[in-house]
Design a protein around this ligand. Structure first.
Ligand code: PRP
Length: 216
């Protein structure tokens, strides 16, 4: 039997992901061992392998079949636009993709003004402004601490994730427009879905059974 490989997102999502998989009988304790420098973890009994990678790389590993299954945020799936199947909403890592900025930037969004938008998600931002709002904007790609951009005058607004809202609040910024809700999703390689249909379908079912029980 060949091994089914999971690509998991490093960081915030990892602990919750492993907790959920464990409840579905998919165990691999070692993954969360902060001290190890090992990159790939194997459960020989289950014939499964696991590795952690940066979020934006998860859809890449899954599209190319280096991983059969991935767990990754919907934001990353949208931004990367890979050819993969999104099979399950895991219901955690809930947040919103939003246009944010100082309160007085609101009017810049209603007059089709040419503004600058800083974001870690240029694809999502471009799609929203071009196709939903029909507003021509200049997108500036940043890699983190996006909230800084309007504070230091790099851009008028930002497109970013809002979870608790505390980063915005502490920096005198507000949500100006909501783009879409986000959460962690399970994604599957398109060929694996055919070739390993029985095993992958069972994994999806076992995980969704856990989610259903938890939501009762
Ligand atoms: C994310 C996001 C916001 C913040 C939102 O950043 O980009 O900055 O979390 O969370 P909150 O609404 O609960 O305050 P992250 O911490 O992942 O780091 P980054 O800014 O370096 O991307």
């Amino acid at each position: 039997m060949r091994y089914i490989t999971f690509a998991l997102t490093k960081g915030r999502l990892a602990d919750t992901t492993m907790e959920l998989l464990e409840k579905a009988g998919i165990t691999c304790r070692e993954v969360l061992d902060k001290k190890t420098r090992k990159l790939i973890f194997v459960n020989d009994e289950l014939k499964m392998k696991f590795f952690l990678s940066k979020g934006p790389d998860v859809p890449t590993y899954v599209e190319y079949g280096a991983a059969d299954i991935g767990i990754v945020g919907k934001d990353t799936i949208m931004e990367e636009g890979r050819n993969i199947y999104e099979v399950l909403d895991l219901g955690f890592g809930k947040c919103d993709m939003c246009v944010c900025g100082p309160r007085d930037a609101k009017e810049l969004l209603s007059h089709y003004e040419q503004i600058r938008v800083a974001t870690k998600y240029p694809g999502i931002a471009r799609d929203y402004f071009n196709n939903t709002k029909n507003q021509t904007v200049e997108i500036i790609k940043l890699n983190g601490s996006i909230e800084l951009a309007p504070i230091v005058g790099l851009s008028e607004v930002i497109v970013d994730i809002v979870e608790t809202g505390s980063t915005l609040k502490e920096n005198n910024l507000v949500v100006l427009e909501k783009i879409c809700p986000l959460s962690a999703r399970m994604v599957v390689n398109q060929v694996s879905m055919r070739m390993e249909n029985e095993r992958i379908t069972k994994i999806i079912k076992d995980v969704s059974d856990v989610l259903m029980k938890e939501n009762q």
